[in-house]
Design a protein around this ligand. Structure first.
Ligand code: ADP
Ligand code: ZN
Length: 235
């Protein structure tokens, strides 16, 4: 089972992807987290993409696709998808990929289609997390992230136990540079221009599902899981 989470910046893709990947044993791939980790580590890739992230612009498709194909190249996953059988080592990958923040352009979506089909894999669902623009802007302003393990917090709705310290790894939580109001505005524009067309792209593919993503995060996770159980896993 391979699933894409789609939605505005701040619609809760990262939070939901983390909960769902744990619950459904899927491999969570967040291009945003991957880029932020490279930036924190100061790798050549990190240096190359940091300006894009800071400015709320999209990283070029070529770079994004290199990152994605190397993630899909994991031998465990290839083997699993070819042979369809479980072994201890493969256990945690059995249920495929959960894409969060990718694809973000029609070009990326087309490239993902061919990548998946070259690996004899299918896209089972695109789940659109529907929230109002005003809600996401408010959410983003109270978002904090752990630079070490990428866990996401919200100082109002899901604060860490100790103020500003990551529950999972003890890292010091940060306000993302690109969560500043001027950059958010840019990211919203980029989303509307380049990412929103994916809604009709996937509508046409017949794999599009929509979830109301307002309110309690745990309830939203449960709704997504029910949707997957009812609709997607039987097809
Ligand atoms: P959000 O979903 O809250 O906007 P992400 O963490 O997914 O945040 O992405 C942060 C930034 O990382 C984007 O603004 C962009 O610069 C870069 N990025 C992430 N994924 C992609 C992608 N698929 N294509 C191009 N740029 C990307
Ligand atoms: Zn952490």
């Amino acid at each position: 089972m391979n699933i894409i989470l789609l939605g505005y910046p701040g619609s809760g893709k990262g939070t939901q992807a983390e909960a769902l990947s744990a619950e459904l044993s899927m491999e969570h791939i967040s291009t945003g987290d991957l880029f932020r980790e490279e930036i924190t580590k100061g790798t050549p890739l990190g240096l190359r993409v940091s300006e894009y992230l800071a400015g709320g612009k999209l990283v070029d498709d070529k770079t994004v696709l290199e990152v994605i194909s190397s993630k899909l190249e994991k031998p465990e996953i290839q083997e699993k998808s070819k042979e369809g059988e479980k072994s201890e080592k493969e256990e945690k990958f059995v249920n495929g990929f959960l894409f969060d923040g990718f694809p973000r352009t029609v070009e990326q979506a087309e490239a993902l289609d061919s990548l998946l089909s070259s690996k004899k894999m299918e896209l089972d669902a695109v789940i659109f997390l529907n929230v109002d623009e005003a809600d996401v802007v408010e959410r983003i302003s109270s978002r904090r992230v752990c630079p070490k393990c990428s866990k996401v917090y919200n100082v109002i709705s899901s604060p860490p136990q100790k103020e500003n310290i990551c529950d999972a790894c003890g890292g010091e939580l940060l306000f993302r540079e690109d969560d500043k109001p001027a950059v958010i505005e840019k990211r919203m524009m980029v989303y509307k221009d380049l990412t929103e067309p994916l809604i009709s792209y996937y509508h046409a593919n017949g794999v599009f599902y929509e979830i109301q993503a307002r309110g309690d995060a745990t309830a939203i996770t449960e709704n997504i899981i029910s949707l997957i159980k009812a609709e997607i896993s039987k097809s």
